[in-house]
Design a protein around this ligand. Sequence first.
Ligand code: ADP
Length: 161
Amino acid sequence: MTVAVYPGSFDPITNGHLDIATRAARLFDKVTIGVYDIPARNLMFNTHDRVELVTQSIAGLPNVEVKPFTGLVVDFARQMGARAIVRGLRAATDFENEFEMAMMNKRLAADCDVVCLMANLKYAFLSASLIREVARLGGDITDLVPAPVAAALKKRNAAGA
Ligand code: ADP
């Protein structure tokens, strides 16, 4: 069985992330989305909420699951029995970071490979930080995030208004 992990902060999950997870689910028997469990200080959603939003967003993908994780991605991959780490590449700037991280991960775990999928053209400009910003300013982001995320952002911004 081929297993992959797809790690990230997913604050919150966007249609760009979901597109990568959907395509990875066609390439691997099982994909575990790893939600990086970091203090909520610089995040909009805490770990519990980010995991919950991913859970609701992947309802139609039977071979995709979600788990929070801390520490090294390669350790998380090992725990999940994964030999592949999936990442999404949007632009040249993503490449530099991903390349550096992939080199380090290879050094830490020689038996694990990073598989980068090119962003869908529709979502190539999309980042979770841009979504948070546009939603906060009252812009319409409904076509860019899964429905549960749009609802959560609306609720969060109404509470903060
Ligand atoms: P972000 O970079 O948006 O804060 P994450 O840290 O959660 O997101 O990213 C997890 C992975 O998903 C990274 O490999 C990132 O490059 C990728 N990713 C983020 N947004 C997109 C998108 N719109 N299309 C494809 N991949 C993406």
